[in-house]
Design a protein around this ligand. Structure first.
Ligand code: KIV
Length: 266
């Protein structure tokens, strides 16, 4: 297994054609699993809101939520690059405030980089965060924090004009200095074109096989989350079904006086 993952290492991986493997991570036990597996990037995503905090979308997630879960993830993983998502309204209104908030996620949360959503409008914000010496990961395509403006969780960049805008945004983000770019829910051909045009790595989620890396929400790929699955999602386990079975088994054991038995008693 290679050493500590850094933004520079991710760039080298792109150059050598080695796929980058990323997953979201919100707690210490999951973080230790990612460490053991040798996952390259652990993202404390604001998907935390949907999959762990029971919100309908990512908008209510706070900076303190992200700090709290980044601290937990940090405690059990020293190899992966630990990226903290900047939640809604922690960076959009003022670049100086954004830099302070990003710095706080590093200083108090233990993050090694932050991720934020948006294209050209975010350039001054990204510059300010970089000036505070915090590496920034970009996020284009379906940006869940713009849910109400986008009108839903739909594939982005389908029309020519939209595709051109996304392509231009990607070039601007690279130029301003983001070290990697998440591409979410865009046609695979656009994912391929953007990946080919950039020297920084792209990390896709529903952006096709040509991206330099892939990311999934861990609860989704482990089959822990409920609700409809997007087309790009591959479930690698059915942990919710397994957990429910175990809980029902325990319930029956207690009801029928089978637990605790002698072997589980002092
Ligand atoms: O919050 C998140 O989980 C994300 C990934 C979908 C990239 O931003």
């Amino acid at each position: 297994m290679t050493n500590k993952v850094t933004p520079a290492l991710l760039k080298k991986m792109k150059k050598s054609g080695e796929p980058i493997v990323a997953l979201t991570c919100y707690d210490a036990p999951t973080s230790s699993l990612l460490e053991e597996a040798g996952i390259d990037v652990a993202l404390v995503g604001d998907s935390l809101g949907n999959v762990k905090l029971g919100y309908e979308n990512t908008l209510p997630v706070t900076l303190w939520d992200i700090r709290h879960h980044t601290q937990a993830a940090k405690r059990r993983n020293s190899r992966a690059l630990l990226v903290a998502d900047m939640p809604y309204l922690s960076y959009e209104t003022d670049p100086r405030e954004a830099a302070r908030n990003a710095g706080m996620l590093v200083k108090e949360g233990g993050a090694e980089a932050v991720k934020l959503e948006g294209g050209q409008a975010m350039l001054p914000t990204i510059r300010a965060i970089l000036k505070a010496n915090v590496p920034v990961m970009g996020h284009l395509g379906l940006t869940p924090q713009s849910l109400h403006r986008l009108g839903g969780y739909t594939v982005q960049g389908r029309g020519r004009q939209d595709a051109r805008r996304l392509f231009e945004d990607a070039k601007h983000l690279e130029r301003v200095g983001v070290f990697a770019l998440v591409l979410e829910c865009i046609p695979k051909e656009l994912g391929r074109r953007i990946t080919k045009a950039l020297s920084i790595p792209t990390i896709g989620i529903g952006a096709g096989p040509s991206c330099d890396g892939q990311i999934l929400v861990i609860d989704d790929m482990l089959g822990l989350s409920t609700g409809p699955a997007p087309k790009f999602l591959k479930r690698y386990a059915a942990l919710r079904t397994l957990a429910l079975k175990a809980i029902l088994h325990y319930q029956q054991d207690v009801k029928k006086h089978r637990y605790p038995s002698i072997e589980h008693s002092y």
